[in-house]
Design a protein around this ligand. Structure first.
Ligand code: SAH
Length: 394
């Protein structure tokens, strides 16, 4: 038997092939890290030496955000689990080696409660039925848990009793939100939501700062490695205390807030998602930081306007989504000409494309490259890159 086959058979996941989420499960963890190191080196070593990837001590159950899809099979049995990669077929699972174990237990408990409350599952073909998805987010540092029930209809029969029943089983649930999604869409969350229990958000602590997280706001899914990632990014920024910092694609403001708490002179954050910006503003207040402001909008457009103003940032953090940045952003960044750019990327392919543009069209060169394993067992890899102007040593 080949070594990889042995791993799957001895490994914990019976749906490895059907699910497709853990693309590297046939490798041991050290093999996975070597695979990711090579991938980053293949794409980026032409710019600068790639430091050894930082892996996890315990690479299991690291996901603080878990989603499950629901459906009822032909025999009337309710299934909850994940979509098979690239399809709308639900693979039934009760637990997953990457997911938070409390979240998995809550999903199973909700599934078991549905029949006694006569609640159906949503049928994507007919557009009828009730429960479509569940989203659970847990603050690993605070143990606050958010349960989001995504439903096809706004009507929620026996709502109060359902809430009571699930909170009784899981007292750690601090908030429950009903999100209504009756659209034919690949997006899990719809536009309307109602808070059924608690405050409608949870809090977590990262790098000593406290953050509020709403159902729709982006929050890094592996908090243990996020601290490693942010510490690396802040270290690369080499803050001295008087500089202006821009946190582009800032989400709920995490990187900028950590930078401000570690002595940045002043911080500006920009983010497209209005819920995330609202969270970011509250987060700055909660952490008693007065030297930080947030703007809602497209980062590229913001950069274009900001590059025409006289007060320019000394340091830019940029952490775009998988698609990477765009030319509007990158050419305005060049115009702005900050001392250092710290690029945090979850996709080395688009990172390589953007570094190519920056190094060809400006005086920036890549000084440091640090891969971090945020997503063990999957093929994804996160990378922090420090760029500064050619001829500077830092
Ligand atoms: N830095 C944050 C968020 C990174 S994820 C953190 O570490 O948590 C990328 C963020 O970019 C998401 O919050 C997403 O809503 C935002 N985003 C996507 N496209 C954008 C755009 N064109 N302009 C500004 N923000 C954008």
């Amino acid at each position: 038997m080949s070594k990889s086959k042995a791993n799957i058979q001895n490994g914990s996941c019976p749906v490895y092939k059907k699910c497709g989420g853990c693309q590297l499960q046939n490798m041991t963890y050290p093999e996975q890290l070597a695979f990711k190191q090579k991938k980053v080196e293949r794409l980026l070593k032409k710019y600068c030496a790639v430091k050894p990837i930082i892996g996890m001590e315990n690479p299991y159950h690291y996901r603080n955000k878990v989603q499950a899809a629901f459906y009822t099979d032909r025999r009337g049995k309710i299934i909850s689990g994940v979509y098979q990669s690239g399809t709308h077929h639900v693979v039934g699972i009760d637990s997953c080696q990457t997911e938070d174990e409390t979240a998995d237990r809550i999903i199973v408990a909700v599934r078991k409660l549905l029949p006694s409350f006569k609640l159906s599952t949503y049928n994507e073909d007919t557009g009828k039925g009730f429960l479509r998805h569940i989203l659970v987010k847990r603050g690993f540092a605070t143990n606050q848990v958010m349960l989001v029930l995504v439903t096809g209809t706004p009507v929620f029969p026996s709502k109060n009793n359902f809430v009571k029943a699930i909170v009784k089983q899981f007292p750690e649930i601090t908030t429950i939100v009903q999100n209504i999604n009756n659209q034919s869409t690949n997006l899990v969350l719809g536009n309307n939501q109602k808070v059924l229990y608690g405050k409608g958000y949870i809090e977590d602590i990262l790098c000593g700062c406290k953050f509020r997280i709403s159902p729709k706001s982006f929050y890094q899914i592996n908090p243990v490695q996020t601290e490693v990632l942010y510490n690396t990014a802040i270290d690369y920024a080499d803050l001295r205390g008087s500089e202006t910092v821009l946190d582009a694609y800032c989400g709920i403001g995490t990187i900028g807030i950590v930078a401000a708490s570690r002595g940045a002179g002043s911080v500006i954050g920009v983010e497209l998602n209005p819920d995330a910006v609202r969270d970011a503003i509250v987060n700055a207040k909660t952490n008693e930081l007065k030297n930080i402001r947030f703007f809602r909008g497209d980062a590229g457009e913001f950069m274009q306007e900001a590059s025409q103003e006289s007060e320019k940032p000394d340091i830019v953090f940029m952490d775009p989504p998988r698609a990477g940045s765009d030319e509007k952003f990158l050419s305005s960044l060049i115009k702005m000409s900050p001392e250092r750019v710290v690029y945090i990327s979850c996709n080395p392919e688009t990172l390589a494309r953007d570094l190519d543009f920056l190094t060809k069209h400006s005086k920036y060169s890549v000084k440091k490259i640090q891969p971090v394993d945020m997503f063990p067992h999957t093929s994804h890899v996160e990378t922090v890159v420090l760029m500064s102007k050619v001829n500077t040593t830092k």
